[in-house]
Design a protein around this ligand. Sequence first.
Ligand code: SAM
Length: 293
Amino acid sequence: MTSGTSSGTWFNEALYPDWGQRFKVVKELVHKKSPFQDIRIFESSSHGRVLVLDGIVQITERDEFIYQEMLAHVPLFMHPKPQRVLIIGAGDGGVLRRVLQHKTVEKAVMVEIDGDVIELSKQHLPMFGKDAWDDPRAEVIVGDGIDYVKKAGDASFDVIIVDSTDPIGVGDVLFTDDFYKNCARILSDEGIIVNQCGVPFQQADELRETTARRAKFFPHVTAYLAAVPTYVGGFMTLGMAKKGTPPHKLDVTELARRAREGNIEGSCQYWTPEVHVASFSLPPYIAQNLPRS
Ligand code: SAM
């Protein structure tokens, strides 16, 4: 078995030293070293096209909707009126597309450090971003997320969505005090930030440390769940931090009304008002990683 390059071979994910998933590679589409990371996109026989960065699965055609819908729709439905959204990372374009589904959004700025991820995603993964790249409300910037938040104006965004790689390599800066301090500064009064916090069954430190850091700069920190098959190890946690009033415990009826009003109802394969509400019910092995509220 090799993390081979042509059909008939297998790709073995290099996330955990002693356990992991593998994909049967039908066709290698691109394998390139960018100035930031090793980028690989291949056609698999089980999950369609797969994007891999530094040997770690980022997204697959078959289950991308789960993560992207929960990362985008949950904070946008919880904010009273999200108009200005900042997306950090997310170079495949899937989060940008979901954000622009929301009619209240007037501006979506996406800051991705690796221009090659964007170009290769447009070329080999067009099903993720679709026409979001050409939406007049979208501004796509190739740059480091931490530099952008340091330069951005006070209260210039309502929601920040961080769809980054794990806290290793180029993604590490997006899990620091400096990053969260500036995110708190550039968010408006009821501002919300969400970011991927890993799979606690395997990566509990990531959730614990990230949440403890954000609790220094935000009055309200919590997390919610999404079951993403190719983020192996059970529930994926999405961390949420909020300024102003506590995160609204919106009921199913109100969420359904917002989804109907926003023409999002029925367009999702994972997010529903019921799934949204349930996703904040954390089992003890995950909840124990959050500061006692
Ligand atoms: N959903 C995936 C996950 O949870 O592992 C992440 C997918 S997305 C493709 C991750 C993106 O974050 C990559 O394209 C990477 O280049 C980008 N990224 C990593 N560090 C960054 C930084 N400091 N600033 C902006 N983008 C960054």
